[in-house]
Design a protein around this ligand. Structure first.
Ligand SMILES: Nc1ncnc2c1ncn2[C@@H]1O[C@H](COP(=O)(O)OP(=O)(O)OP(=O)(O)O)[C@@H](O)[C@H]1O
Ligand SMILES: [Mg+2]
Length: 505
């Protein structure tokens, strides 16, 4: 029994023991797992430590960077502040400036207005001076350099850009000692036209004068200058000769002819326009034209039927009406401006037929286009007679050299030209000296056909304009200076104030 009990107890404890042993094994396993866990945690801890260390260093770096940035920030802030303050200053300056700009603009406007007013006063005074000076005006026109002449220009300057009344010519010569000597010559005229001036610009200055023939004045415009200086271009135009040979070539030539139309066609056109306008005021006008040539002191009718240099034509002046007539010449009733172009062409062709082989007749003779205008006003009973004479003078060059002496015909031409041009100078000079002696003073009109024909245009009852044409070339400088001196003499001449030829019936 005890044994059984012991057995039972043994069995019981054996179970407890094995239970405890199982428990111990479980705890051992748990211990192992926990040890592993501890191991892993340790490793993790190490890693975390490393992270902390690296983070700390990053933090230090960042802190440093922050310090740098904030320093920079401070600097930038202060820069911004200073920029803002200078901006402020600038904007103040700007508003001050814009204020003064506004003021300056207003001042400029005022000054411009003042200048405009001064200009109109100046013009009025200029006109008054012209009136006082009398009725002879002188313009000077320098033609452009033509194609092949490039590089051969003389030294010519136009310093007076505002009034355009001065021309300065410079010449360089060598002294006996071989030194270069420069001479400067100044001339002043009523208007100087540079080579770039157009026919339109020249006419603009002439139009008032040309138009005054419709008010009953005798107007005379003549072109003076050496051969090739542009007299015929100025008076007739650039397209007359051109259209003679190539009328059918088309628009370009026609455009050129129109653009370069000279003073004769433009003046005639203007006279037609003005007389047309005056119709509404009761005026009726009649116009007739003549085109004459003076060659070797002989008058020829450029529009007539006679052979040149054969028929003797005489000049007659009517002292009452101041009308000039020439015997046996044809007057053409002018009814339209286009008619004038065909008359110019007719004169050209007749002249070229008569031209000698030696030289061009047109440059060795004077041509005079005469337009007579008579008007009557049925309403007021007024009448008026005026004339417009446009003269293309023969080449004014002094002819030198043995070639001339050997050629009798040429010598005669030269003598005639010199005679008539110097007679023109004398007449103008005498008119200038007239002074108190009035009309009683002797004016040598009869010394040449030209001055005799132009008598009425050069006397006190007329308005006269001389256009001095100049070549721009250095080779022509001496001739240009001679022309400039002649024109200056003309310019200093006073011809009494013009009187209208208007008569009351
Ligand atoms: N203002 C100008 N513009 C362009 N060409 C011009 C001008 N003036 C003159 N010419 C040209 O110069 C040349 C000479 O001119 P023009 O025949 O008119 O001279 P001129 O003084 O009449 O000479 P001449 O005494 O020999 O008759 C021509 O070929 C002409 O077309
Ligand atoms: Mg000519």
């Amino acid at each position: 029994m005890v044994e059984g009990e012991i057995e039972n107890v043994r069995k019981k404890y054996k179970g407890v023991v094995s239970e405890l042993e199982g428990e111990v094994k479980r705890w051992e396993r748990e211990g192992g797992r926990l040890e592993g866990e501890v191991e892993r945690m340790k490793r993790e801890l190490d890693r975390e430590r490393e992270t902390v260390v690296s983070l700390r260093s990053t933090l230090t770096d960042q802190a440093n960077a922050h310090i740098t940035l904030s320093t920079q920030n401070n600097i930038l802030q202060s820069q911004i502040t200073s920029l803002q303050s200078s901006l402020q200053t600038d904007s103040t300056t700007l508003s001050t400036l814009s204020l003064s700009l506004t003021r300056a603009t207003a001042r400029i406007k005022d000054l411009e207005n003042e200048a405009r007013e001064a200009e109109s006063v100046r013009r009025k005074l200029h006109n008054m001076v012209q009136e006082l000076k009398g009725n002879i005006r002188v313009f000077c026109r320098v033609r452009p350099v033509l194609g092949l002449e490039a590089g051969e220009e003389a030294e010519i300057r136009y310093p007076d850009w505002r009034d355009r009344r001065e021309i300065v010519v410079e010449s360089t010569s060598e002294s006996a000692m071989g030194q270069e000597r420069k001479e400067v010559y100044n001339f002043g005229f009523d208007r100087v036209f540079e080579p770039s001036s157009t026919q339109e610009e020249v006419f603009e200055e002439i139009s008032q004068l040309a138009q005054s023939c419709t008010d009953g004045y005798n107007v005379c415009i003549f072109a003076y200058g050496q051969t090739g200086s542009g007299k015929s271009f100025t008076m007739e135009g650039g397209g007359v000769r051109l259209s003679l040979s190539s009328l059918s070539r088309g628009r370009t030539d026609a455009d050129y002819a129109l653009q370069t139309a000279g003073m004769i066609p433009r003046a005639v056109q203007q006279v037609f326009r003005v007389t047309d306008e005056l119709k509404s005021k009761g005026w009726e006008y009649k116009m007739e034209g003549q085109f004459l040539e003076i060659y070797n002191e002989t008058i020829n009718d450029l529009l007539g039927k006679h052979e040149f240099d054969k028929k003797k034509h005489e000049i007659k002046h009517d002292p009452k009406t101041l009308r000039t007539s020439i015997t046996d010449t044809q007057s053409h009733a002018l009814t339209s401006p286009s008619q004038v172009t065909s008359l110019l062409l007719l004169a050209q062709s007749r002249r070229s037929v008569a031209a000698t082989l030696m030289n061009e007749r047109s440059s060795r003779s004077h041509s005079v286009f005469m337009l007579r205008i008579s008007g009557r006003n049925e309403v007021s009973g007024e009448r008026c007679e005026g004339s417009l004479n446009l003269v293309d003078l023969a080449g004014s060059e002094r002819l030198v050299g043995s070639g001339v002496a050997g050629d009798k015909e040429r010598l005669r031409e030269t003598q005639s030209i010199n005679k008539s041009l110097s007679a023109l100078g004398d007449v103008i000079g005498a008119l200038g000296e007239k002074g108190d002696k009035g009309d009683k003073h002797h004016i040598p009109y009869r010394n040449s056909k030209l001055t005799y024909l132009l008598q009425n245009s050069l006397s006190g009852n007329s308005k006269t304009l001389m256009v001095l044409n100049l070549s721009p070339l250095a080779a022509h400088l001496n001739e240009s200076l001679t022309s400039l001196r002649f024109a200056t003499k003309v310019n200093n001449t006073t011809i009494g104030t013009a009187k209208k030829g208007r008569l009351t019936s």
